[in-house]
Ligand binder design. Structure first.
Ligand code: SF4
Length: 326
Protein backbone atom coordinates (compact mmCIF):
# COMPACT_ATOMS: atom_id res chain seq x y z
CA UNK A 1 0.00 0.00 0.00
CA UNK A 2 1.47 3.39 -0.94
CA UNK A 3 1.87 6.15 1.64
CA UNK A 4 -0.96 8.14 -0.03
CA UNK A 5 -3.39 5.23 0.01
CA UNK A 6 -2.43 4.55 3.60
CA UNK A 7 -3.81 7.95 4.68
CA UNK A 8 -7.11 7.45 6.53
CA UNK A 9 -7.83 11.01 7.65
CA UNK A 10 -6.65 14.10 5.79
CA UNK A 11 -7.57 17.45 7.37
CA UNK A 12 -6.74 20.44 5.17
CA UNK A 13 -6.68 24.07 6.27
CA UNK A 14 -9.54 23.59 8.70
CA UNK A 15 -10.90 26.69 10.43
CA UNK A 16 -13.68 27.03 13.00
CA UNK A 17 -15.29 30.27 14.16
CA UNK A 18 -17.58 30.69 17.13
CA UNK A 19 -20.25 33.35 17.07
CA UNK A 20 -20.21 35.94 19.82
CA UNK A 21 -23.05 38.14 21.08
CA UNK A 22 -26.70 37.89 20.09
CA UNK A 23 -26.92 41.32 18.54
CA UNK A 24 -29.77 42.24 20.92
CA UNK A 25 -28.76 42.02 24.59
CA UNK A 26 -25.69 39.89 24.16
CA UNK A 27 -23.49 42.63 22.82
CA UNK A 28 -22.16 43.11 19.31
CA UNK A 29 -22.59 40.20 16.96
CA UNK A 30 -19.33 38.87 15.68
CA UNK A 31 -17.16 35.80 15.62
CA UNK A 32 -13.90 34.57 17.05
CA UNK A 33 -11.62 32.13 15.33
CA UNK A 34 -10.90 29.12 17.54
CA UNK A 35 -9.15 26.92 14.99
CA UNK A 36 -7.09 28.20 12.11
CA UNK A 37 -5.37 26.53 9.21
CA UNK A 38 -5.30 23.06 10.76
CA UNK A 39 -3.75 20.49 8.44
CA UNK A 40 -3.19 16.95 9.71
CA UNK A 41 -2.85 13.50 8.22
CA UNK A 42 -3.40 10.21 9.99
CA UNK A 43 -2.19 6.96 8.52
CA UNK A 44 -4.13 3.76 9.14
CA UNK A 45 -3.18 2.14 12.41
CA UNK A 46 -1.17 5.04 13.79
CA UNK A 47 -1.76 7.34 16.75
CA UNK A 48 -1.50 11.08 16.42
CA UNK A 49 -1.16 12.82 19.77
CA UNK A 50 -2.59 16.34 19.81
CA UNK A 51 -1.26 18.27 22.77
CA UNK A 52 -1.68 21.74 24.19
CA UNK A 53 -2.98 23.64 27.18
CA UNK A 54 -6.62 23.91 28.07
CA UNK A 55 -8.20 26.52 25.78
CA UNK A 56 -5.93 25.83 22.79
CA UNK A 57 -8.75 24.38 20.66
CA UNK A 58 -8.14 20.64 21.13
CA UNK A 59 -11.72 19.73 21.97
CA UNK A 60 -13.07 22.00 19.23
CA UNK A 61 -10.96 20.01 16.79
CA UNK A 62 -12.60 16.78 17.99
CA UNK A 63 -16.07 18.32 17.70
CA UNK A 64 -15.31 19.69 14.23
CA UNK A 65 -14.16 16.28 13.02
CA UNK A 66 -17.45 14.77 14.20
CA UNK A 67 -19.31 17.71 12.61
CA UNK A 68 -20.81 18.66 15.96
CA UNK A 69 -19.46 22.13 15.27
CA UNK A 70 -19.45 23.64 11.80
CA UNK A 71 -16.16 24.29 10.06
CA UNK A 72 -15.87 27.74 8.51
CA UNK A 73 -13.25 26.69 6.03
CA UNK A 74 -11.19 23.73 4.87
CA UNK A 75 -11.69 20.05 4.10
CA UNK A 76 -11.87 16.80 6.02
CA UNK A 77 -11.26 13.77 3.84
CA UNK A 78 -11.77 10.35 5.39
CA UNK A 79 -11.12 7.15 3.49
CA UNK A 80 -12.04 8.91 0.23
CA UNK A 81 -15.12 10.65 1.66
CA UNK A 82 -15.56 14.42 1.82
CA UNK A 83 -16.81 14.66 5.42
CA UNK A 84 -17.91 18.31 5.35
CA UNK A 85 -20.20 17.67 2.39
CA UNK A 86 -21.83 14.40 3.44
CA UNK A 87 -25.61 14.07 3.30
CA UNK A 88 -27.56 12.76 6.33
CA UNK A 89 -26.96 9.08 5.47
CA UNK A 90 -23.27 9.73 4.83
CA UNK A 91 -22.97 11.56 8.13
CA UNK A 92 -24.52 8.62 10.01
CA UNK A 93 -21.98 6.30 8.37
CA UNK A 94 -19.14 8.71 9.24
CA UNK A 95 -20.20 8.76 12.88
CA UNK A 96 -20.10 4.96 12.90
CA UNK A 97 -16.61 4.88 11.41
CA UNK A 98 -15.33 7.65 13.68
CA UNK A 99 -16.12 7.41 17.38
CA UNK A 100 -15.53 10.16 19.93
CA UNK A 101 -14.46 9.26 23.48
CA UNK A 102 -14.71 12.07 25.99
CA UNK A 103 -12.81 13.00 29.11
CA UNK A 104 -15.36 12.14 31.77
CA UNK A 105 -16.53 8.55 31.40
CA UNK A 106 -19.22 8.87 34.07
CA UNK A 107 -20.73 11.90 32.33
CA UNK A 108 -20.75 10.01 29.01
CA UNK A 109 -22.97 7.24 30.38
CA UNK A 110 -26.71 7.51 30.90
CA UNK A 111 -27.18 6.97 34.66
CA UNK A 112 -30.54 5.24 34.10
CA UNK A 113 -29.21 2.58 31.75
CA UNK A 114 -27.43 -0.65 32.63
CA UNK A 115 -24.06 -1.47 31.12
CA UNK A 116 -25.79 -3.97 28.83
CA UNK A 117 -28.22 -1.33 27.54
CA UNK A 118 -25.44 1.23 27.08
CA UNK A 119 -23.16 -1.05 25.05
CA UNK A 120 -25.98 -2.62 23.03
CA UNK A 121 -27.59 0.74 22.14
CA UNK A 122 -25.54 1.30 18.94
CA UNK A 123 -26.19 -2.32 17.94
CA UNK A 124 -29.96 -1.75 18.28
CA UNK A 125 -29.79 1.44 16.22
CA UNK A 126 -27.38 0.41 13.49
CA UNK A 127 -27.52 -3.40 13.12
CA UNK A 128 -30.08 -6.17 12.63
CA UNK A 129 -28.69 -8.41 15.34
CA UNK A 130 -31.39 -10.15 17.37
CA UNK A 131 -31.52 -9.97 21.16
CA UNK A 132 -29.36 -13.08 21.71
CA UNK A 133 -26.77 -12.00 19.16
CA UNK A 134 -26.60 -8.54 20.73
CA UNK A 135 -26.06 -10.01 24.17
CA UNK A 136 -23.25 -12.19 22.84
CA UNK A 137 -21.65 -9.21 21.10
CA UNK A 138 -21.92 -7.05 24.23
CA UNK A 139 -20.22 -9.77 26.30
CA UNK A 140 -17.44 -9.98 23.69
CA UNK A 141 -16.96 -6.21 23.76
CA UNK A 142 -16.85 -6.11 27.55
CA UNK A 143 -14.37 -8.99 27.53
CA UNK A 144 -12.13 -7.10 25.11
CA UNK A 145 -12.09 -4.13 27.46
CA UNK A 146 -11.38 -6.27 30.53
CA UNK A 147 -14.86 -6.51 32.10
CA UNK A 148 -16.59 -9.80 32.87
CA UNK A 149 -20.34 -10.49 32.33
CA UNK A 150 -21.13 -9.61 35.96
CA UNK A 151 -20.95 -5.95 34.82
CA UNK A 152 -23.88 -6.33 32.40
CA UNK A 153 -26.55 -5.47 34.97
CA UNK A 154 -24.65 -2.67 36.72
CA UNK A 155 -25.48 1.01 36.48
CA UNK A 156 -22.86 3.74 35.92
CA UNK A 157 -22.89 4.83 39.57
CA UNK A 158 -21.78 1.29 40.50
CA UNK A 159 -18.62 1.60 38.37
CA UNK A 160 -15.21 3.05 39.21
CA UNK A 161 -13.79 5.66 36.83
CA UNK A 162 -11.61 3.08 35.09
CA UNK A 163 -14.50 0.61 34.73
CA UNK A 164 -16.72 3.37 33.33
CA UNK A 165 -14.05 4.26 30.74
CA UNK A 166 -13.87 0.58 29.75
CA UNK A 167 -17.64 0.59 29.19
CA UNK A 168 -17.30 3.77 27.10
CA UNK A 169 -14.63 2.04 24.99
CA UNK A 170 -16.75 -1.11 24.61
CA UNK A 171 -19.62 1.03 23.32
CA UNK A 172 -17.27 2.94 20.99
CA UNK A 173 -16.01 -0.35 19.50
CA UNK A 174 -19.49 -1.85 19.01
CA UNK A 175 -19.80 -0.79 15.36
CA UNK A 176 -16.21 -1.64 14.37
CA UNK A 177 -15.01 1.94 13.84
CA UNK A 178 -11.86 2.78 11.90
CA UNK A 179 -10.93 5.91 13.86
CA UNK A 180 -11.23 6.80 17.55
CA UNK A 181 -10.87 10.42 18.57
CA UNK A 182 -9.97 10.28 22.25
CA UNK A 183 -10.43 13.61 24.00
CA UNK A 184 -8.49 13.51 27.29
CA UNK A 185 -9.52 9.86 27.83
CA UNK A 186 -7.54 9.46 31.05
CA UNK A 187 -7.43 12.89 32.65
CA UNK A 188 -10.40 12.18 34.96
CA UNK A 189 -8.76 8.97 36.25
CA UNK A 190 -6.28 8.14 39.02
CA UNK A 191 -2.68 7.89 37.84
CA UNK A 192 -2.51 4.09 38.30
CA UNK A 193 -5.74 3.64 36.32
CA UNK A 194 -4.52 6.00 33.58
CA UNK A 195 -1.69 3.61 32.73
CA UNK A 196 -4.11 0.66 32.59
CA UNK A 197 -6.43 2.50 30.19
CA UNK A 198 -3.54 3.62 27.97
CA UNK A 199 -2.24 0.05 27.81
CA UNK A 200 -5.76 -1.17 27.01
CA UNK A 201 -6.01 1.41 24.20
CA UNK A 202 -2.74 0.17 22.70
CA UNK A 203 -3.88 -3.45 22.90
CA UNK A 204 -7.24 -2.65 21.26
CA UNK A 205 -5.46 -0.70 18.55
CA UNK A 206 -3.23 -3.66 17.70
CA UNK A 207 -6.16 -6.11 17.76
CA UNK A 208 -8.46 -4.03 15.55
CA UNK A 209 -5.98 -2.01 13.48
CA UNK A 210 -7.55 1.14 14.88
CA UNK A 211 -6.36 4.64 14.11
CA UNK A 212 -6.31 7.08 17.02
CA UNK A 213 -6.26 10.80 17.46
CA UNK A 214 -5.39 11.21 21.13
CA UNK A 215 -6.06 14.68 22.48
CA UNK A 216 -4.41 15.58 25.77
CA UNK A 217 -2.95 18.44 27.77
CA UNK A 218 -0.32 15.97 29.02
CA UNK A 219 2.88 15.37 27.08
CA UNK A 220 3.46 12.31 29.27
CA UNK A 221 0.22 10.72 28.03
CA UNK A 222 0.82 11.43 24.34
CA UNK A 223 4.44 10.30 24.56
CA UNK A 224 3.32 6.94 25.91
CA UNK A 225 1.06 6.01 22.99
CA UNK A 226 1.67 8.30 19.98
CA UNK A 227 3.55 7.74 16.74
CA UNK A 228 3.35 11.41 15.81
CA UNK A 229 2.75 14.56 17.84
CA UNK A 230 0.97 17.78 16.88
CA UNK A 231 1.31 20.73 19.26
CA UNK A 232 -1.58 23.18 19.29
CA UNK A 233 -1.44 26.76 20.56
CA UNK A 234 -4.37 29.17 20.34
CA UNK A 235 -6.04 27.16 17.60
CA UNK A 236 -2.98 26.66 15.41
CA UNK A 237 -0.50 23.83 15.01
CA UNK A 238 2.89 25.22 15.96
CA UNK A 239 4.88 21.98 15.65
CA UNK A 240 4.24 18.52 14.26
CA UNK A 241 6.45 15.52 13.76
CA UNK A 242 7.42 11.98 14.67
CA UNK A 243 7.17 11.43 18.42
CA UNK A 244 10.78 10.55 19.06
CA UNK A 245 12.08 13.49 17.07
CA UNK A 246 9.73 16.01 18.68
CA UNK A 247 10.68 14.75 22.14
CA UNK A 248 14.39 14.56 21.42
CA UNK A 249 14.59 17.87 19.62
CA UNK A 250 11.56 20.12 20.13
CA UNK A 251 11.99 23.11 17.84
CA UNK A 252 9.20 25.48 18.79
CA UNK A 253 9.61 27.50 22.03
CA UNK A 254 6.07 26.52 23.07
CA UNK A 255 6.81 22.80 22.72
CA UNK A 256 10.08 23.36 24.57
CA UNK A 257 8.24 25.12 27.39
CA UNK A 258 5.66 22.33 27.66
CA UNK A 259 8.48 19.81 27.93
CA UNK A 260 10.29 21.81 30.56
CA UNK A 261 7.11 21.70 32.65
CA UNK A 262 6.62 17.92 32.26
CA UNK A 263 7.84 15.75 35.16
CA UNK A 264 10.54 13.22 34.20
CA UNK A 265 11.54 10.05 36.04
CA UNK A 266 15.23 10.54 35.27
CA UNK A 267 16.28 14.15 36.13
CA UNK A 268 19.35 13.86 33.84
CA UNK A 269 16.89 13.69 30.93
CA UNK A 270 15.12 16.91 31.86
CA UNK A 271 15.00 19.37 28.97
CA UNK A 272 16.87 22.58 29.74
CA UNK A 273 14.23 24.97 28.46
CA UNK A 274 12.39 27.72 30.25
CA UNK A 275 8.98 26.61 31.54
CA UNK A 276 5.81 28.31 30.45
CA UNK A 277 4.70 31.48 32.18
CA UNK A 278 1.46 33.46 31.99
CA UNK A 279 -1.94 32.36 30.80
CA UNK A 280 -3.04 31.42 27.32
CA UNK A 281 -5.05 34.37 25.90
CA UNK A 282 -8.69 33.81 25.01
CA UNK A 283 -9.55 33.31 21.33
CA UNK A 284 -11.17 36.77 21.27
CA UNK A 285 -7.86 38.38 22.17
CA UNK A 286 -5.45 36.44 20.00
CA UNK A 287 -2.25 38.41 19.61
CA UNK A 288 -1.16 39.64 16.19
CA UNK A 289 1.98 38.22 14.64
CA UNK A 290 3.09 35.00 16.30
CA UNK A 291 0.22 33.98 18.58
CA UNK A 292 2.76 32.89 21.19
CA UNK A 293 4.76 36.13 21.36
CA UNK A 294 3.09 37.38 24.57
CA UNK A 295 4.52 34.39 26.47
CA UNK A 296 7.57 33.48 24.45
CA UNK A 297 10.92 33.99 26.22
CA UNK A 298 12.62 34.37 22.84
CA UNK A 299 10.22 36.80 21.15
CA UNK A 300 11.67 39.80 19.34
CA UNK A 301 10.21 42.66 17.30
CA UNK A 302 9.44 40.59 14.18
CA UNK A 303 7.29 38.22 16.26
CA UNK A 304 4.92 41.02 17.28
CA UNK A 305 3.41 41.63 13.87
CA UNK A 306 4.54 38.90 11.47
CA UNK A 307 3.11 35.38 11.53
CA UNK A 308 5.80 32.71 11.23
CA UNK A 309 5.30 30.19 8.45
CA UNK A 310 5.74 26.45 9.03
CA UNK A 311 9.29 25.30 8.24
CA UNK A 312 10.51 21.77 7.57
CA UNK A 313 13.04 21.07 10.29
CA UNK A 314 13.45 17.31 9.85
CA UNK A 315 11.97 14.29 8.17
CA UNK A 316 8.21 14.87 8.50
CA UNK A 317 8.93 17.43 11.24
CA UNK A 318 7.51 20.94 10.85
CA UNK A 319 7.51 23.96 13.19
CA UNK A 320 6.35 27.57 12.82
CA UNK A 321 8.78 30.01 14.41
CA UNK A 322 10.87 32.90 13.09
CA UNK A 323 13.93 31.44 14.81
CA UNK A 324 13.80 28.59 12.29
CA UNK A 325 13.56 30.70 9.15
CA UNK A 326 16.58 29.94 6.95
FE1 SF4 B 1 8.74 32.95 19.98
FE2 SF4 B 1 8.95 34.57 17.90
FE3 SF4 B 1 9.22 31.95 17.56
FE4 SF4 B 1 6.85 32.99 18.09
S1 SF4 B 1 8.06 33.33 16.27
S2 SF4 B 1 7.71 31.19 19.01
S3 SF4 B 1 7.39 34.63 19.50
S4 SF4 B 1 10.56 33.29 18.75
Amino acid sequence: MTAERNILLDVRNLAVDYRTGSGILGGRRGHVRVLENISLRLRRGETLGVVGESGCGKSTLAMALARFVIASHGDILFDGRDVLRLDAAGLRAWRRDMQLVFQSPQASLNPRMTVHSIVSEPLVTHTRLDRGERRQRVEELLGETGLDPSFLSRYPHELSGGQAQRVVLARALALNPLLLVLDEPTSALDVSVQAQILNLLMRLQAQHNLTYMLISHSLGVVEHVSDRIAVLYLGEIVEEGPRDEVFRQPRHPYTQALMAATPVVDPSKRQVHRPLSGMIPGPASRPRGCRFHTRCPRAWSLCHDTRPRPQHVGDGHVAACHLLTP
